[in-house]
Write a protein that binds this ligand. Structure first.
Ligand code: IVH
Length: 726
């Protein structure tokens, strides 16, 4: 799970939101303008209080006062749901502590895990691995199985046996430097005699139930905030700016893996864990080696039975391929390894009342219904809202019109069953018709955008209704801007969702290019940033500097920041790798307007870019207001950096390969993954752009075409030699 998500989840978990929605009270007489103003003030005050509490560990207000403000905020939000702010204090616990921590770039990315929810998913996982490796159903293949600890991941780096730094996962590429805090933990060795020269140990920091209860007792006695669950307590304790606070917090650790290593820890996962244990790291004693899917399932059930008595929280079981050479061959997708999976425990559920259905308008105009719920605890977390997906879901049918939940629709006032599967946004699983209030009417999904009033249309085959207002819809523009400044996009320090919202509301920023004109327009003159509420000379200068620094931006970030429908971070990286410059991308997209054009064909030949995404890209770059907006932004930038060519040294870097015929030594999937890891592109068909055709026995038309086009044709042995695996 993204650790920022952990924070958000913590937020809902706060005890003070438990009865946050109150009926009457002084908000009854309030008008909208006052409510908006009050929500903005409360967001500000509460953010300051949280920053003082979480970042500086130096509270500026008593808990009772904090709770009262938070309740008031919830009351106003309950009366004016459409005014609920993106940065609503109800949706967060604590402040992002990141500002106070230095960053550490992980030597190897910290990956997360794909999830399996049932036996079929697990069978698919095993089958997929066998297919990738070219193993038959009956070939032996061992796994390890171990509890999935519900804490936060940590990477600890040792050089020559000495702890040199420790970092949280962060976004997987870059985490927060928590070295000083980790040095205070008794469960983590500082010195490792006999360890490899470079050793990065990875594992989970967590808090045991009894330690958690005792900590909360102490917190309560000292008039300090109590934590909602052990995971929040662990996260809050590790990410303290003052290591003396961490030192007093009872944290535990289990090592389950590693990052960079100067020499292997063993030949198998089992051996490597034994080595980590011998070096002094706690390793989960329930880890077991299993030789079949059936054994994995037995172990899963055993751990599920033991769960309540473990004394710490787990949310599933993790299976890993035991043989490390096979792990290396399997490699990783963009964020998850192919050789491991988390088998999650079933979701936890609770019944509550559906108080209302709010419609949020997203970046691409999608109208998303959100259930406003009477707050209820689901598996230790207080939930007050849940996704309702789309209008069909509310109406009790799937995208194809077939009934779901036995065709039961969802109405305001209904008793609904809420479930949370691990860390994801809560969902509504069912509705209790026997308790439906008399007079509850079917929900009428709006056919106009609740923000700009433009017709909300649902295209054929699309499950989602979208606002057709485009750039004239404030909600869409604001969401785009929020996306634009988000962490994986432009990530401008000092310009978060809250600031963007305020500047947008006052018309200071309407589109991304305006961010880069902020200094010129509001650095001097009658209206100045530093005179705005919440700003000062120093913070304004700092922001201007941060914006200046972002006039240089990696191409992939820029593409992602544009917020093109369907284009996520990994697609943005693929496009950047392929086109290498903004000009090349823009020119190709303009040319690709014609779906018969070679440019469109090339776009589709990029592995990972499908037709829907391709069409969205072409639409975005076609002449029109949207393209003009992009061009205005690009005109503000100084340098768009091409992706670093990590595989520049590889003979395959930048080459386009096609595989055909049978490969004897590795499967097609593995060959493709290896080629891509070395910087090559793998295409499905031979064209003038193909550099190399790897042809196994049985190659037919592709080999002929390659010969015609003068493309290099090599056999499997030459291929293996080329990738250094022969
Ligand atoms: S292995 C490359 N093993 O779960 C594999 N992760 O949902 C990386 N986690 O970020 C993870 N217990 O924080 C692994 N026994 C375990 C784990 C575990 C908890 C966490 C870890 C990871 C998250 C992914």
């Amino acid at each position: 799970m993204d650790e920022r998500e952990e924070d958000r989840r913590g937020a809902v978990a706060r005890p003070d939101t438990e009865d946050g929605i109150a009926g009457g009270g002084p908000t009854d007489a309030m008008d909208e303008a006052t409510a908006r103003h009050e929500l903005s003030r409360l967001a500000e005050v509460l953010a300051r209080a949280e920053a003082a509490y979480y970042q500086a560990d130096d509270p500026i207000m008593a808990d009772a006062d904090y709770d009262a403000l938070k309740r008031r905020n919830a009351e106003i939000e309950a009366r004016f749901p459409h005014l609920k702010r993106a940065d609503s204090p109800s949706d967060r616990v604590g402040a992002r502590p990141a500002a106070g921590f230095a960053k550490i770039v992980h030597a190897r990315p910290m990956l997360s895990l794909a999830n399996a929810f049932d036996e079929d998913d697990l069978a698919d996982f095993d089958a997929g691995i066998r297919r990738f490796l070219g193993l038959g159903e009956a070939d032996p293949l061992a796994y390890t199985s171990e509890p999935k600890i519900d804490g936060l991941s940590l990477s600890i780096r040792y050089e020559d046996g000495k702890l040199c730094h420790a970092a949280t996962r962060g976004d997987g590429t870059e985490g927060e430097d928590v070295t000083a805090n980790v040095l205070t933990l008794a469960c983590i060795p500082r010195h490792l005699p006999g360890a490899p020269g470079v050793l990065e140990v990875r594992g989970e920091v967590f808090m045991r139930h009894d330690d958690f209860a005792a900590l909360n007792e102490r917190q309560k006695a000292a008039g300090q905030k109590v934590f909602a669950n052990p995971r929040n307590a662990a996260a809050g304790s590790l990410r303290q700016l003052d290591p003396a606070v961490t030192a007093e917090r009872p944290l535990s650790f289990f090592a389950y893996g590693w990052g960079e290593l100067s020499e292997p820890l063993g030949r198998t996962q089992t051996e490597a864990l034994a080595r980590l244990s011998a070096l002094g790291f706690p390793v989960n004693p329930l880890t077991r080696r299993c030789s079949s899917v059936a054994e994995l399932l037995d172990h899963y059930r055993e751990i599920e039975r033991a769960r309540a008595d473990l004394g710490y929280d787990i949310d599933g079981v993790v299976y890993k391929v035991d043989d490390l050479a096979l792990q290396a061959r399997l490699g990783a997708r963009s964020t998850t390894p192919r050789w491991a999976i988390a088998h999650k425990f079933p979701a936890e559920t609770a019944w509550t009342e559906l108080l209302g259905i709010d419609i949020q308008v997203g970046r691409t105009g999608a109208l998303s219904p959100v259930a406003r719920l009477r707050p209820v605890t689901v598996g230790g977390v207080v939930v007050s809202s849940a996704t309702l997906h789309n209008e069909d879901y509310i109406a009790g049918r799937d995208a194809g019109g077939a009934p779901i939940r036995g065709g039961r629709d969802i109405r305001i006032g209904d008793r609904v069953k809420v479930y949370r599967a691990g860390d994801v946004i809560p969902k509504i699983a069912d509705v209790d018709l026997t308790r439906r209030p008399a007079g509850a009417a079917p929900f009428r999904f709006p056919d106009r955008c609740p923000v700009c009033g433009a017709p909300a249309v649902r295209e054929e085959g699309d499950a989602v209704r979208r606002c057709s207002g485009g750039m004239s819809c404030d909600a869409q523009m604001l969401e785009r801007l929020r996306h634009f400044v988000s962490r994986p996009a432009f990530d401008i320090e000092g310009l978060g969702a809250r600031q963007i919202e305020a500047l947008f509301a006052d018309g200071w920023i309407r589109e991304p290019a305006d961010i880069f004109r902020l200094k010129e327009r509001y650095g001097t003159g009658p209206r100045q940033l530093r005179h705005r509420e919440g700003w000062g000379a120093r913070s304004a200068e700092k922001l201007f500097a941060a914006i200046e620094a972002r006039r240089r931006i990696p191409l992939a970030r820029l593409i992602f920041a544009l917020g093109i429908r369907h284009v996520g971070e990994s697609a943005a990286r693929l496009l950047a790798r392929h086109y290498r410059s903004f000009e090349a991308l823009a020119a190709a997209m303009t040319e690709a307007v014609d779906p018969e054009s070679p440019a469109f064909e090339t776009l589709l030949s990029i592995d990972g870019i499908g037709e829907t995404m391709a069409r969205a890209l072409v639409r975005t770059f076609a002449p029109g207001p949207e393209r003009q907006m992009i061009d205005r932004l690009v005109a503000e930038l100084e340098e768009i950096e091409p992706p670093e060519d990590r595989s520049a040294a590889s003979p395959l870097a930048g080459k386009t390969l096609v595989f055909t015929g049978t490969l004897a030594r590795m499967t097609r999937a593995e060959a493709k993954a290896r080629a891509e890891a070395l910087g090559a592109r793998v295409a499905g068909s031979v064209s003038a752009r193909t550099d190399i055709l790897v042809a196994g026995p049985g190659a037919g038309s592709k080999a002929r075409k390659a010969a015609e086009l003068g493309v290099d044709v090599i056999d499997e042995d030459a291929w293996l030699a080329m990738i250094g695996g022969g």
